[in-house]
Design a protein around this ligand. Structure first.
Ligand SMILES: [Zn+2]
Length: 442
């Protein structure tokens, strides 16, 4: 674990919050990571003003009680259907010690978990269940570069699972296609197989989108590849987010991508050459463009803490997104396993996933809540880290964020910190449905 910056001096990024969203108010003050949350009886500004009769007895509505993740005050959140109805201050002792309530996590980059991937028919359902127990209510299954047949096959499998289960559709804001339109160079290409990377091509994408029954909502590509600009414009017009990643692009290509509609840098700081020019490299222009969100793999292995902190400060808190980029071996006990393409990978005691017998990373071994914990410790404090893994990705994907305000979507996460500082999920609510744990009574 790389922990280099004391949380007591957590930096606060200076970018202003956008006006308008219901989650905009009251977010600046927060409880720093590791702060002992105690029950403090106090009035809360988000009480149920304006909630009228909804035709259902309040006692029948499910609730969660705990400490508001940002204020630390004890609250009871009541929801009806898919929406939060009330957030009430409660007396000290009304909620279990140390339990916090926050928006449920949304992971826009996840390749698998606990030995499962999305190529198997039951993969999506089982991974969703695993993630629910870890506070991630929603996620974008990520399909990486492979043969056209293999990619289409996985997309068909995902589409069939989504068509069969409305609960899964609620869990998946869209599929993330990472490749095949990425750099073919060693380094930027990462672990994607060189044989199958190619220039962006709309017909190829359309075939993949048809296999996915239209569920692809995010595409990561390298903007320096011929055709990338036109592809980006066309995808954006079709409602598909375009991300820059696995790239050796110069500033001009990045500028053109942003102009054509690209709005995200995928796992910034990874998926680029190991050695780069001090000025002419893909990092500076991506950090400089305010239109681009940036996702980060904050697992303590992919980015040294100073690099993570510096990039987050440059990008601004509101443009930062945390992703797990977890591979199928994530969450497995330490040992040696078969990874992508049949390569052997080692899972270390610290969760690090490497090519067997080498120090080279073969993906992330952390789920998103652990990345939140790491980012909170080394960079941001808890409230901002939670929002980077919930509200911000929802905004990027134009889906309803969860929230602790009346009217917000009921995507909720109740957790407490274990003795090791890792979040232990008590309950996860997805669109008003308890998908892990049990709600409290009211
Ligand atoms: Zn990647």
């Amino acid at each position: 674990m790389q922990v280099g910056v004391p949380s007591a001096n957590s930096p606060q990024c200076a970018s202003p919050r956008p006006s308008g969203p219901p989650y905009a108010a009251g977010f600046r003050a927060g409880v720093p990571w590791g702060h002992e949350v105690g029950c403090r009886a106090s009035r809360l500004g988000v009480a149920a003003a304006g909630i009228g009769s909804v035709g259902v007895k309040p006692a029948t509505m499910p609730t969660l009680s705990g400490h508001h993740y940002r204020t630390g005050l004890p609250v009871r959140v009541t929801w009806e259907g898919e929406s939060v109805r009330r957030v009430d201050a409660v007396a000290a002792g009304a909620c279990a010690d140390g339990v916090q309530i926050a928006p449920a996590l949304l992971d826009i980059q996840l390749n698998g978990y606990a030995g499962l991937d999305f190529s198997r028919p039951d993969g999506l359902e089982r991974i969703a269940a695993q993630l629910a127990a870890l506070g991630t209510a929603r996620f974008c299954p990520t399909v990486v570069t492979g043969s056209p047949e293999a990619m289409a096959g996985t997309l068909r499998t995902l589409a069939a699972a989504l068509a069969a289960d409305g609960g899964l559709r609620a869990a998946v804001p869209g599929i993330h296609l990472e490749g095949p339109f990425i750099s073919g160079l060693d380094g930027p290409r990462g672990a994607h197989p060189a044989a199958w990377v190619r220039d962006p091509d709309w017909d190829t994408f359309q075939r993949l989108q048809e296999a996915a029954r239209g569920a692809i909502r995010l595409v990561t590509l390298a903007p320096e590849r011929p055709g990338a600009e036109a592809f980006t414009a066309r995808a954006t017009a079709a409602g598909v987010r375009v991300a820059i990643g696995h790239t050796a692009a110069d500033a001009g290509a990045i500028e053109r991508a942003v102009g054509a509609g690209a709005r995200l840098s995928t796992h910034l700081g990874n998926g680029l050459a190991a050695r780069i020019d001090r000025h002419a490299n893909p990092l500076w222009p991506q950090l400089a463009r305010a239109e681009l969100y940036a996702s980060f793999i904050a697992d303590g292995h992919h980015l040294p803490a100073p690099a993570l902190v510096a990039m987050m400060r440059a990008k601004g808190e509101e443009r930062c997104i945390l992703v797990s980029d977890a591979v199928a071996q994530a969450g497995l006990p330490p040992g040696r396993y078969t990874g992508i393409g049949g390569d052997l990978v080692d899972v270390g005691a610290d969760g690090r996933v490497t090519l067997a017998g080498t120090p080279y990373l073969a993906g992330s071994g952390f789920h998103l809540a652990r990345c939140v914990a790491h980012a909170a410790r080394v960079a941001t404090g808890l409230p901002a880290a939670v929002e980077m893994a919930s509200l911000h990705p929802a905004r990027l994907m134009s889906v309803a964020p969860g929230g602790l305000e009346p009217g917000a979507a009921a995507h909720l996460w109740a957790f407490r910190l274990g003795g090791d500082g890792e979040p232990q999920t008590q309950a996860t609510v997805r669109g008003g449905r308890v998908v892990y744990g049990a709600p409290g009574g009211s």
